[in-house]
Design a protein around this ligand. Structure first.
Ligand code: FES
Length: 151
């Protein structure tokens, strides 16, 4: 079970590994258009899902119940976003330096944080880059307690 940290200088998600979250972690295998059952999401609210059509996506649900599926690779240093978490505000937060993304548009809304990468001019530069080079977004819906690709 992963645990969440709140210290502003720590990574957002403790993956239990000394290695950065650059690799996939037990991605769920999609079954046709069925990406993931809601019961397969933990408190992080997002998982990596391997699909035939789109490769590995970060798939989850925001606190208001909106499902999403977006590209899995952070624009900062390529952490796998499906290993991150969904914030109370409904953003997808990177597991490494906690950049945040709007899951509706795929744009980075907050740059990286922490002692090194949280340096404001640097963080703002990465955010500007990530707001232009958006994550891919894939249209999905919830049916029968599961997230499906739209037809
Ligand atoms: S790799 Fe995502 S914020 Fe640094």
């Amino acid at each position: 079970m992963t645990s969440l940290r709140n210290d502003p200088h720590e990574r957002g998600v403790d993956t239990g590994s000394i290695f950065p979250p650059l690799t996939h972690d037990n991605a769920v295998r999609a079954q046709g258009s069925l990406l993931i059952r809601l019961t397969d999401l933990d408190e992080r609210g997002v998982r990596e899902v391997r699909t035939d059509r789109h490769g590995v996506l970060a798939v989850g649900v925001t606190p208001d119940g909106t499902p999403f599926a977006v590209g899995n690779t952070c624009r900062h240093q390529f952490a796998q976003l499906g290993r991150g978490r969904v914030t109370e505000q409904g953003c997808l937060e990177c597991p490494w330096h906690r950049a945040r993304y709007d899951v509706g548009t795929g744009a980075m809304t907050e740059g990286p944080k922490g002692r090194l990468f949280g340096f404001k001019p640097y963080s703002a530069l990465i955010r500007a880059f990530g707001s232009r080079l958006k994550l891919a977004t894939v249209r999905v819906h919830i049916r029968d307690e599961a997230i499906y690709l739209d037809e």
